[in-house]
Every structure is written in C-alpha cells, then in structure tokens.
Design a protein around this ligand. Structure first.
Ligand SMILES: [Zn+2]
Length: 518
C-alpha cells in the first residue's frame, strides 16, 4: 500500500516536472541583432594618448557638489571652458552640433536629425562629482594617475566617463561627416549629485518650452554596469541595464509623554514604546514584490544563462520559470541576502534614534527615522500604510519627511526597440557579457526627464567586479584604461544604432549578422 502511494506520488511529481520543464523551455529571451564590435574594426575608436590625456585633464577639475547651494562653481566654469576648447569639431561655429549653456554650467547639445518623424533620443551624463573629504585614498583624489591599467580619480566612473565618452564619440562622428536621421540631445547637468534642480530640471524645462519636445524615444543615463561575480553559476559578466529606479521615503516615528523622575518609572518608558515599534518594523518587513516588477524578467533571463551542473541547472530553471508556484520559496531564498532582498521588496532601514537628556530623567519624547527604498510596484502611501499596520500602536506618530516615488519600469521586452538599442549596444561592446534588466537602487536625476518617456535606461559602460562596487562615491575610484576605450565605443555605437531603422534593430535586415539568442 505504502509502496503504491509512493509510486503514485513519484509519477505525479514526474508529470509535474515535465509540465514545468516544458514551460521553462518557453522561457524569455533577448534577441540582440547587432554585430559585435572589435578592436580591429575599421571604425573602432582607439584610445590614443591624446584621448587619454583629455580625459585625465577633465578629471583634474574638482567639480565637487557638497550640498544644495554649495558647489565649486569656479572649477565647473573652468571645466566647461576646457571642454569647449578640447573638442573643436563639436564646438566649432560651423558644427552641426549646437550647444546651449543652461544655467551657467550645464550643457545641452543638439544634433538635428533629417527625419522629423523620428522621436529624439537623449543621452545624459553629469559634470559634478561627490566629495572625497574624510576618505582614506591610497592615490591622490584628483590627479588622474594611471597605474596597473587603471585611471584613479574621483569622477572616473561617476560620471566623467559619460561626459568624455560621449564627447569623444561625437568628435569622431563629426570627423566622418555625421548626419543622423534622428535628432539627438546630449545633456550634461552640473548638480546631479545634489538632485539636479539647477541642471537636469532646467534642461528638461528648456527641452519642453524652447525645443518643444513632447516625447523622447528613450533616455540613456548612468546607472548599472557590467559585473563580474554577480551570482554564482553565471560565469559570464552580467550586463545590467537599469530599467527602473527605486523610490525612497524618510519617515519620522515619534512618541511623546510627560517627563518624570527615573526613581518612580511607569510600566512603559517613552523609549521602550518607540523601541518596540521599531523592532516590529524590522521583524515584519515590507511584503515581497517578487513577480510584480522587473525582477521577474531578471530571474527568468538569469535562469537561461546559468551554467549549473545537471540536475541543478534544470531545477534552477524550473523554479525560476515557474514563480507562480515557487514564489514563497524563491522569496525566502532571496530575502536571506541583502542585495537580493533589496531587489524584491521595499527595504526598511532604521537610521536614527534619539531620546533622553540625562541619566536620571525619564525621556519625554523619542524619535526614530526610518529610510525605506521603495520597490517599483509600491507607492509611498502603501509603504506608510504597511508600517502603520505593523506598528499597531496609535500612540506612535508617523510623519513623512521627504520622498520620491519609484520610477516607472522601462520596456525590457524582446520587441522593445529602445531596450534593444541600449542593451544591444552594450552587448555589442562588452561582447562576452549577458544582458539582464535590473532595478537601480541608488538615485539619479533622470526623474526630471520622465515627463518625456518612461523608457529610461540606466547603464554606465563600466566593467567591474562585484567587490569593486563600493568604489562608487567611495575610496580609490577608478576605471580600467581599456574600459574607458570601450565606453567611448559604447557611446559611438549607441548614437549610430539609435539611428538604425526599427526593423533592423529588431531582426529583419540585420538577421544575417545576428549573433543569435543569448
Ligand atoms: Zn552620478
């Protein structure tokens, strides 16, 4: 009897596995049809001494943004004039590229396309950098020294690689008599690190009111990178294209009561009440959003790339392709690791706790600040409602200090022209990588351009190992010399590919050159 039951269960399990496997074979794929770019190509832009030196000089300007209203404007002005004198084709009076200086230090270039039926595209970067104060660098912060194949300086990866990469690409294209069909805008804000209110916001206003732009085909901005060691089982570098940006909200939790002497304390202290509220928030995290946002596409694609031994590879594919069934299991597994936990839910970080003034005086008030990074499928209101429910104590006041909603998710389907152009270009330049959409957990100033399109792709053409990720805004910021060369070629191909007809990017005419399914 027991044996028959076991056999029946085994058969049912086998049948279920077959069904799931069939389903997994129908998995998502990205079909990129652009020809890989090689150093031996006739149009490969080589990193000459001259190009490297221009980048180094650009890095030496200390264009630091400390805080809103606190920037080194002298350095910004000098960097702008250096740029204007260093790329003669871009800046000559006869150039087909027109520069408008916005709000003294931000730069907006326009290349008029010949076909007005095509929507313009916008490439972004920024001129300012974060401070290095208090950081223990082993290299000078702004000298741009080259050592062991890397250029070291604040701003190398965030984000002067974008500024100089794009300018080198434009200068090269103009030497080849560049006449695009699509209109391109290139925007370099000067205060991205302090929210872009003076730069990106004013450029966006100019685009809307003066240029009369209503819609953009896509926006390309800094963001995620090509990563080695992204997950175990993926031996190829992961080319991660940020298709959304988490929002954030800072909440102040507070509780006030009457002060008293510590010799006759009540059953509950102010600190105890607030501490319990905070402990509940940490114990009951915001709900998993697995399957509601782009992470579903990320996991499904990842499952097609994993090189795990049999039968782990099949098991991983079956699980990742059938999240409708395995969601609780996968959510649990992903929650155990902070980076993957941040992918699937709104995170909760208690960042401040203040109470009490004296050893023997009962505190009359206590405050805590909670910083949530909001998943694209939740709103600030939903996050606050969840917190209120979890705290379940009407004595605790919850106040929103500031916040920004998560950005909408850009198209990342096989049929999306904009995604294929950006992801395809990245794949074309970082030839051994595998494209994955991703959620950018930091902030950029792209929110100022969301009025023109939700197709904002956040990708910095930088290739690093996971362990180097903390160099962003951190110590010994650097970029590989050969990676900078790739970055120039990424922007060059991006400007060219975004000018290709839809059919060619999505298959059609270029199918012969297709490097196949990833
Ligand atoms: Zn940046």
């Amino acid at each position: 009897m027991a044996r028959t039951a076991l056999v029946t269960i085994a058969c049912l399990a086998g049948l279920l596995s077959c069904l799931l496997l069939l389903n997994s074979l129908n998995s998502r794929s990205i079909r990129l049809t652009l020809r890989p770019c090689a150093k031996s190509d006739e149009d490969f832009i080589q990193l000459t001494e001259e190009r490297l030196a221009r980048f180094q000089r650009g890095l030496r300007f200390r264009t630091v943004s400390y805080d809103i209203g606190r920037q080194d404007t002298q350095q910004l002005a000098e960097m702008v004039s250096f740029i204007r004198s260093s790329f003669p084709r871009v800046h000559s009076a006869k150039s087909s590229v027109k520069l408008t200086v916005i709000n003294q230090y931000s730069l907006l270039y326009k290349v008029q396309g010949s076909d007005s039926s095509l929507l313009p595209a916008l490439l972004m970067s920024h001129l300012d950098v974060v401070p290095t104060d208090g950081q223990n660098w082993t290299k000078p912060h702004f000298d741009a020294v080259v050592e062991d194949g890397y250029i070291y300086a604040r701003g190398t990866i965030d984000d002067k690689v974008g500024v100089f990469g794009i300018l080198e690409a434009m200068e090269y294209l103009l030497a080849k008599d560049w006449k695009p069909k699509r209109t391109f805008y290139i925007a370099f804000g000067h205060d991205e690190e302090i929210h872009g209110f003076q730069g990106a916001a004013r450029i966006a206003e100019h685009l809307r009111t003066v240029e009369k732009v209503q819609k953009l085909e896509f926006v390309s901005d800094e963001g995620m990178v090509v990563l080695d060691g992204f997950v175990s089982g993926l031996s190829a570098p992961a080319i991660i294209i940020g298709v959304s940006e988490k929002g954030y909200v800072n909440l102040r939790l507070s509780y006030n009561s009457t002060p008293g002497h510590s010799s006759m304390p009540p059953a509950e202290s102010v600190i105890g009440v607030l501490a319990r509220a905070v402990a509940r928030l940490e114990a009951s995290q915001q709900p998993s959003q697995l399957g509601n946002g782009p992470e579903k596409a990320i996991l499904e694609l990842l499952s097609t790339y994993l090189k795990l031994p049999f039968p782990a590879n099949i098991a991983a594919r079956v699980v990742l392709n059938n999240l409708w069934l395995f969601k609780p299991l996968v959510s649990y597994a992903l929650s155990r690791n902070p980076p993957t936990n941040a992918l699937i839910r709104t995170t909760t970080a208690v960042t401040m706790f203040n109470a009490g003034i004296k050893h023997n005086v009962l505190a009359s008030s206590a405050q805590a600040v909670v910083n949530h990074r909001i998943h694209p499928s939740q709103t600030i209101q939903q996050v606050v409602d969840h917190d209120r429910q979890v705290i379940a104590d009407p004595r605790i006041q919850i106040e929103i200090l500031d916040g920004i909603e998560a950005s909408p998710v850009a198209d990342c389907e096989e049929s999306s022209y904009a995604f294929q152009v950006v992801a395809g270009t990245a794949q074309q330049v970082f030839t051994d990588g595998r494209v994955l959409p991703g959620i950018f957990v930091a902030k950029t100033d792209t929110n100022h351009y969301l009025q023109f399109t939700r197709n904002v792709y956040r990708f910095t053409p930088n290739h690093i190992h996971m362990r180097d990720a903390n160099r962003y805004h951190g110590v010994d910021e650097r970029i590989g010399v050969t990676v900078f060369e790739k970055a120039i070629n990424f922007y060059y191909h991006l400007l060219r590919n975004a000018d290709l007809p839809r059919e060619q990017v999505l298959g059609g005419a270029a199918a012969a050159a297709c490097q196949g399914e990833l």
